[in-house]
Design a protein around this ligand. Structure first.
Ligand code: TXE
Length: 482
């Protein structure tokens, strides 16, 4: 059976433990490869390689660094088909989605940050009258840690690694143990692109073992993490006493506010995507839909009928729109919210059942589910489900909609559907979230800041924000005589 090895110091290697985890193909519910179970010894080995590589990589010219990262971007593009197949097999997402979104975006992450670093500038402040000149150096931090989740495996892995490398750091990265395959394949691409050994080290294994060893390592000075809020809290607790730099991109329970004056057809088709893309396993999905009362009945009928047309199936079938959920335990967690919804007195408008897909009978499939809730305080509307489930409920006034949007512990993103400019501005300013989409969803310009407020995390990535995170600002003040 194929073994997913660590990639340390420019070569693939087995873990010190000699232990292996099972890697599942969620569309069949079968083990199809083995994952290195790494521990602190492997992380230490990766750290030594990264430390050794740092002086040279941080002093490599920006042009040269950029050239290597662009080469990685090109190689990802050239391997689009095989990487997309690997992603669909490992994660359960439709192959069409991996081809159209995940892998192209992984390539753009490298291309974008390879170019961004050539434009990254620091500031100078002349203290007129005091005869001092200040300028800020933006220096790489050293060895940094990047830990990513399973929902957008290569997409989010590269979202962290690319800016970390572009700004001159050396990296120890751990993909999710649920979806490690494309990160494993990236090692080969780095070798082909000529990335010097030790600059990027990829360690596989569980969060409590390999992940914790990265976070707790005293000389890994910055951690960029995307994953669940509870894990983020644990990471913050470990890292804070060591005063590490932390960027935490955590969960979401994003409101989707639909007003009667919106472009209805456009809203309906995009809302279908913002609810169920990637089986609803995107932290930006609009999982709480609030609809203005005057169009609520129409929306309910039209939306439910569109949801019923979605095709749950094997990720490799061309007409599949909803693939498999990522794991058995995740399927069980997501399903438990359907039972909870019933207990809470909510109404299942469609879906709610697991699906048996012919030829893939043991896969983790669930119908896209729409739940009508009667208040925003129920647990189904307050807790992150992270699956193909959305709730809908009506509102009467803009203030009521705003209150419900904000009455949640998360604050990642929000979507507004309206053609009223004044309302757009009023709500955009008042909604507690890091990202607001108006009449669109998941429209991402890589130059823009990305991140959340409240329990959705701390810090911003994207564009120069990511380059700022992965560098330390140092002010140099020079006194001169006229
Ligand atoms: O993620 P974890 P899980 C949400 C979603 C989901 C829940 C739990 O609601 O149901 O989180 O998912 C590593 N030290 N999101 O448990 O554990 C782990 O190995 C260091 C939202 O699968 O947060 C993996 O690489 N690392 C989310 C990464 O953290 C640790 C995407 C994420 O796994 C660690 C995924 C530790 N102690 C889930 N424990 C989003 N924001 O997009 C775990 N890890």
């Amino acid at each position: 059976m194929k073994k997913i090895l660590n990639y340390i110091n420019g070569t693939y290697c087995e873990p010190f433990s000699g232990d292996w985890l099972d890697n599942y193909n969620p569309s069949k519910g079968e083990v199809y490869s083995k994952i290195a179970y790494s521990s602190s010894e492997d992380v230490e080995k990766a750290y030594e390689a990264a430390k050794e590589a740092f002086p040279s990589w941080s002093n490599t010219t920006i042009e040269e660094r950029s050239k290597i990262l662009l080469k990685i971007a090109t190689l990802i593009e050239e391997n689009l088909d095989s990487l997309a197949e690997a992603e669909a097999l490992d994660n359960g997402k439709p192959l069409s989605l991996a081809k159209a979104v995940d892998i192209p975006r992984a390539s753009s992450n490298f291309r974008f940050f390879a170019n961004a670093i050539t434009q990254f500038a620091s500031e100078a402040h002349e203290s007129v009258g005091l005869n001092t000149m200040n300028f800020t150096l933006r220096q790489p931090i050293g060895v940094v840690g990047c830990i990513s989740p399973w929902n957008l495996p290569l997409y989010l892995f590269t979202w962290k690694i690319a800016p970390a490398l572009a700004s001159g750091n050396t990296v120890i990265a751990k993909p999710s143990e649920i979806t490690p395959m494309t990160a494993y394949l990236l090692g080969d691409i780095c070798i082909k692109a000529g990335l010097p050994k030790g600059v990027l080290n990829i360690v596989h294994g569980t969060g409590p073992s390999a992940g914790q060893a990265i976070v707790a390592h005293p000389n890994i000075k910055a951690i960029s993490f995307t994953g669940g809020t509870a894990t983020g809290e644990h990471i913050a607790r470990t890292a804070a006493p060591m005063f590490k730099k932390l960027s935490l991109e955590l969960g979401g329970k994003n409101p989707n506010l639909i007003f009667a004056d919106c472009n209805y057809d456009k809203m309906l088709s995009v809302t279908l995507k913002s609810s169920f893309a990637n089986q609803g396993q995107i932290c930006l999905c609009g999982s709480r839909i609030f609809v203005e009362k005057s169009i609520y009945s129409k929306f309910k009928e039209d939306f439910v009928s569109k949801v019923k047309e979605l095709k749950v199936g094997n990720p490799f079938d061309g007409d599949t729109t909803i693939g498999a959920l990522v794991s058995k335990s995740h399927l069980e967690k997501v399903r438990s919210y359907i039972d909870l919804a019933k207990e809470e007195g909510s109404k299942i408008l469609c879906g709610g059942n697991t699906v048996t897909v012919e030829g893939s009978e043991n896969g983790y499939y669930l119908e896209p589910t729409v739940i009508e809730v009667n208040n925003n305080d129920c647990r189904v509307n307050q807790e992150e489900i992270f699956g193909p489930i959305v709730t809908i409920m009506p509102f009467e006034t803009e203030d009521e909609a705003l209150q419900m949007a904000n009455n949640v512990k998360y604050g990642l993103s929000a979507t507004l559907w309206t053609n009223n400019l004044d309302r757009t501005m009023r709500l955009s300013k008042r909604i507690e979230a890091g990202i607001i989409w108006v009449n669109t969803w998941l429209n991402r310009d890589l130059r823009t800041p990305f991140g959340g407020v409240k329990n959705s995390g701390v810090g911003r990535e994207g564009g120069f924000e990511a380059l700022k995170f992965f560098t330390e600002a140092k002010n140099i003040c020079i006194k001169y005589d006229e």
